[in-house]
Ligand binder design. Structure first.
Ligand SMILES: C[S@@+](CC[C@H](N)C(=O)[O-])C[C@H]1O[C@@H](n2cnc3c(N)ncnc32)[C@H](O)[C@@H]1O
Ligand SMILES: [Zn+2]
Length: 410
C-alpha cells in the first residue's frame, strides 16, 4: 500500500511574482537538497494542528459514490501549476501540501493562493476548486455512466475530431501552444486537442474530470482541473486558444460565463464555442423541453433507468419509422419518442447496440441537466461584440450555434 507523506510548505514556497518561477523553485529546492521521491518531504507530526489553509480547503470535488477510486494513470505534473490561478483574486498558486509524490508528479495534496491564501485540495491528481455537490452533479453521473460512448477512440467514429476542426478551423498541429478547454466533460474533445501536440488545460465543474483523466492521462501535456467557468481557476491572459463546446447553455448565465472566458486569452489568442440554438416556438413544444420541468428534478438514477426502458420499448417502432422514405418518419420518431436518428442518415457504420446506447445517453443528456438555456445567433453575436473580439464569425453549427473570434492583438 502506498504511504502518504505530507510536505512542509516552506521549502516549496513559490515566488508570487511568477508562476513559472514557482514551479521551478519548488523543483530546484528538492533537487538542491538531494531528496529522493520517498524522503523528499518531512513527515507531518500528526499531533500538530492542521495549517489554516488546509482548514479552508474545499471538500474533494468528486462524488465518491460514482467515481472509481484508485491510483490515476498519470499524476498531476508540478510544471503545470503555472497554468492555474486563484478563481477569486486571480493570483498565482503555490503548492501547500503534498501527500503522495513521485518525481515531479503529484497524486494528492493542496494548493494555496499566493494572494488571498485560500486553499484547495488536489485529489486523485486533479486540483479541485469547487464543492462536489454543485448543480453539474447530473453531468458527473451521466459521464461516469457513459464514460466511453462519445469517444472516437472507443467507438471507431470520427465525430468529435470532425466537429472539433469544423468548429475551430484550427490547424491539426498546434505544438508549442497552450490551449484551455472549458467544460471538458469526459474528455472526448480533450483527446482531440491533445492530438495536436499542444499543452492542454481542461476543466469542468462536475466529477466528469475523473473520467477525463482516466481516459487521457497518458497525454504528457495535459492538466485536468475541476473548476467553474464562472470563476475559472486558470491563469488570465495566458492561453493561445480556448474552446468551450456544449457547455454555456448549461450554466446559469451563459452570457456571463462567456464573458469570464475571454480574459483567459493572450492578446491575439483565438476562441471557439458552440451552444444550443433556441428552438422555434412550435419546436419547443415538440422537443424534450416539454419534459424537463419534471425530469431535471427527479433522481438521476431513476431518469437513467426510465430512459433505458423507454428506448428499449420504443426501439422497434422508432427504427420502423426511420425506414420510411422522406423525413416524415424521422420527425415523427423524434416528436413522439424524443429519439433522433443520429447515424443512419449519415451512413455511419455503427452496431444497433451502440445506436441504442447512444440514444439512451442522448435522452439522459437532454432530460437531466439543471440548466438548459438555448440561445439565438443574435444573442451570441452580441456576446462576441461586447467582449471586443475580432474576426467574429457566429453562425448555425453542429450543436446549434458555433462562434469563433480572436482577442485584440496588443
Ligand atoms: C453537454 S456536456 C459537454 C461536455 C464536453 N464539452 C463535450 O462536448 O463532450 C456539458 C458540460 O458542461 C459542464 N458544465 C456545466 N456548467 C459548468 C460550469 N459552470 N463550469 C464548468 N463546466 C460546466 C458540465 O459538467 C458538463 O460536463
Ligand atoms: Zn486568491
Amino acid at each position: 500500500m502506498r504511504s502518504f507523506v505530507r510536505a512542509s510548505t516552506s521549502s516549496m514556497r513559490a515566488n508570487p511574482r511568477s508562476r513559472r518561477d514557482a514551479s521551478a523553485d519548488a523543483r530546484s529546492a528538492a533537487e538542491r537538497e538531494g531528496r529522493t521521491p520517498d524522503d523528499r518531504q518531512p513527515r507531518r507530526d500528526p499531533d500538530r494542528p492542521r495549517p489554516a489553509h488546509a482548514q479552508s480547503v474545499v471538500r474533494s470535488g468528486t462524488d465518491d459514490r460514482i467515481t472509481r477510486r484508485g491510483e490515476p494513470d498519470r499524476p498531476m505534473r508540478l510544471q503545470h501549476l503555472v497554468h492555474l490561478a486563484c478563481p477569486s483574486c486571480r493570483s498565482p498558486l503555490e503548492l501547500a501540501e503534498v501527500r503522495a509524490r513521485s518525481d515531479e508528479r503529484i497524486d494528492e495534496g493542496a494548493l494555496r493562493c499566493t494572494g488571498c491564501r485560500a486553499g484547495w485540495p488536489i485529489v486523485r491528481s486533479i486540483p479541485r476548486f469547487v464543492e462536489p455537490d454543485n448543480y453539474a452533479r447530473s453531468f458527473g453521473e451521466q459521464w461516469n455512466r457513459f464514460p466511453r460512448t462519445v469517444y472516437d477512440r472507443h467507438n471507431g467514429l470520427r465525430l468529435y475530431r470532425e466537429r472539433f476542426f469544423r468548429a475551430t478551423r484550427w490547424p491539426e498541429r498546434l505544438a508549442g501552444e497552450l490551449l484551455v478547454e472549458a467544460g471538458c466533460g469526459p474528455g472526448a474533445f480533450t483527446e482531440i486537442a491533445c492530438s495536436t501536440g499542444a499543452t492542454v488545460v481542461a476543466f469542468d465543474l462536475s466529477s466528469a474530470v475523473d473520467v477525463n483523466l482516466r481516459e487521457n492521462g497518458r497525454c504528457p501535456d495535459l492538466l485536468v482541473v475541476q473548476g467553474d467557468v464562472l470563476q475559472p481557476p486558470v491563469a488570465p491572459a495566458a492561453f493561445d486558444r480556448l474552446f468551450c463546446f456544449g457547455v454555456l447553455q448549461h450554466t446559469p448565465d451563459p452570457a456571463a460565463s462567456f464573458a469570464r472566458l475571454v480574459p483567459l486569452l493572450k492578446p491575439g489568442g483565438r476562441l471557439a464555442i458552440d451552444c444550443y440554438r433556441m428552438p422555434t416556438r412550435s419546436r419547443w413544444w415538440t422537443s424534450y423541453y416539454r419534459w424537463r420541468w419534471l425530469t431535471r428534478r427527479m433522481p438521476h438514477a431513476l431518469v437513467h433507468a426510465l430512459c433505458r426502458v423507454w428506448v428499449t420499448v420504443s426501439w422497434p417502432i422508432v427504427t420502423t419509422l426511420w425506414r420510411l422514405p422522406g423525413d416524415g418518419g424521422r420527425n415523427l420518431a423524434r416528436y413522439l419518442f424524443l429519439i433522433r436518428d443520429s447515424f443512419r442518415r449519415k451512413g455511419l457504420p455503427v452496431t444497433p447496440r451502440f445506436e441504442r446506447e447512444w440514444a439512451v445517453m442522448q435522452l439522459v443528456d437532454q432530460l437531466t441537466p439543471r440548466y438548459d438555456l438555448p440561445q439565438t445567433i443574435e444573442a451570441v453575436r452580441g456576446w462576441f461584440e461586447e467582449a471586443g473580439l475580432q474576426d467574429v464569425d457566429v453562425a448555425k453549427g453542429d450543436n446549434g450555434i458555433v462562434g469563433r473570434g480572436r482577442a485584440a492583438a496588443p
